[in-house]
Design a protein around this ligand. Structure first.
Ligand code: PEP
Ligand code: MN
Length: 372
């Protein structure tokens, strides 16, 4: 059971103390407090654990400071969308960008930072096309230990400076170790915080629980967590819950295709049919990664690249974010060149996304009419 308290409830207030002392007296029930300090409101939620079946919603509703009582019906206690009375937010703001289950943000950018020139060419193209978000990998977990592992901390200063120069507000950047988060924080501070970073947990680390706890403990950076490519959806959603239970609710869940053994034409089996499923089960914005799903520049007879097709499939199903690989010269990319879109294809890609988004919005309006 979750008690959502009145906005801006102060932990030192008398009413709050009365509440906690009453909760302490409940038999076989313990509780955990989560406070999220926002720029305007502070939200406090109290999670009751143990024998809560014996408690009624009415009984808890009248306790001091309680605005709303939510009965937990999903295994994902914090991020889940519970069936009774759960209208908790499904969105957050970070560095001036809004992320939610109703919005769409495109994160086009480099799979891996390979030179200052490609970073600048990419960021300039993004600015020229009205974009404020990007992806830039500095720490690359690779299948082979002999493959390029990313430039790491050494590239961060110029990536952040260029982001500031071109008005980029959020960069999705994978981390695989605690030290990476510290290096990112230090490089941002050293360059005067010209941009923001969304920490990315890659598919190979979806169940790296110690990394999840660590990234979940900090609330400075939002987190994009990839679905594990060889585990169930439930296991991946529980991984996201690790982040949230440690305190970080600014979590985006990213579908990126699944490994199968069926001779697939794509690098991974595209799983974007799960966009509405994740939105139904949880309150997380849902991202799609068409590049790592498809893994090539294969083109259909209708003239569209498979990457465009699967992006449209995710967006028309309501995806909230698109993480996609681009490169100014894919033949020189150090990672995943074969799947990268050309920077010159960015305007066409964005138009195609807009067409699919418009179709999604029309579908939602039509569904509302049908059920009115
Ligand atoms: C990536 O987005 O750069 C990446 C490595 O993706 P994934 O973890 O999904 O393979
Ligand atoms: Mn890649």
């Amino acid at each position: 059971m979750i008690l959502v308290l009145e906005p801006n409830t102060r932990p030192e207030g008398t009413e709050y103390r009365m509440l906690t002392s009453q909760l302490e007296r409940l038999p076989n029930v313990s509780f955990r407090v989560h406070r999220e300090v926002g720029s305007e409101v502070t939200v406090t939620e109290i999670y009751l654990i143990g024998n809560t079946a014996a408690l009624t919603i009415e009984q808890m509703q009248v306790l001091p400071c309680v605005a709303k009582v939510v009965r937990v019906s999903e295994p994902y206690r914090v991020l889940g969308r519970h069936k009774q009375g759960d209208d908790r937010a499904s969105s957050f703001d970070y560095n001036g960008v809004h992320f939610g289950q109703d919005t769409l943000n495109v994160f086009a950018g480099l799979c891996a930072v390979d030179s200052r020139e490609s970073v600048e060419a990419m960021m300039k193209a993004l600015r020229d096309n009205g974009q404020v978000c990007t992806r830039m990998g500095a720490y690359k977990p690779r299948t082979s230990p002999y493959a390029f592992q990313g430039f790491g901390a050494s590239c961060l200063p110029y990536v952040y400076e260029l982001a500031g120069k071109y008005g980029i507000r959020v960069i999705s950047m994978e981390v695989t170790h605690e030290s990476h988060v510290d290096e990112i924080r230090e490089a941002l501070a050293a360059t005067g915080n010209p941009t923001g970073v969304m920490l990315q947990i890659g598919t190979r680390n979806t169940q790296n629980f110690e990394l999840l706890k660590l990234v979940g403990k900090q609330q400075e950076f939002p987190v994009l967590i990839k679905r594990g490519f060889g585990i169930t959806l439930d296991e991946s959603l529980n991984a996201a819950e690790y982040l949230a239970t440690e305190g970080n609710r600014k979590v985006v869940f990213c579908l990126r295709g699944m490994h199968t053994n069926m001779g697939d034409p794509h690098r991974n089996l595209v799983d974007f049919a799960h966009v509405p499923v994740v939105k139904r089960l949880t309150r997380m914005p849902v991202a799609i990664d068409p590049s790592h799903s498809v893994g090539s520049r294969a083109r259909a007879p209708d003239g569209l690249l498979d990457v465009f097709h699967v992006t449209a499939q995710g967006v028309i199903a309501g995806a909230n974010m698109v993480l996609v690989d681009f490169h100014p010269d894919p033949s020189r990319a150090l990672v995943d060149g074969p799947q990268a879109l050309l920077v010159s294809e960015l305007p066409h890609f964005l138009d195609d996304v807009a067409i699919a988004r418009e179709a999604y919005e029309k579908r939602v309006r039509r569904a509302r009419e049908a059920s009115a």
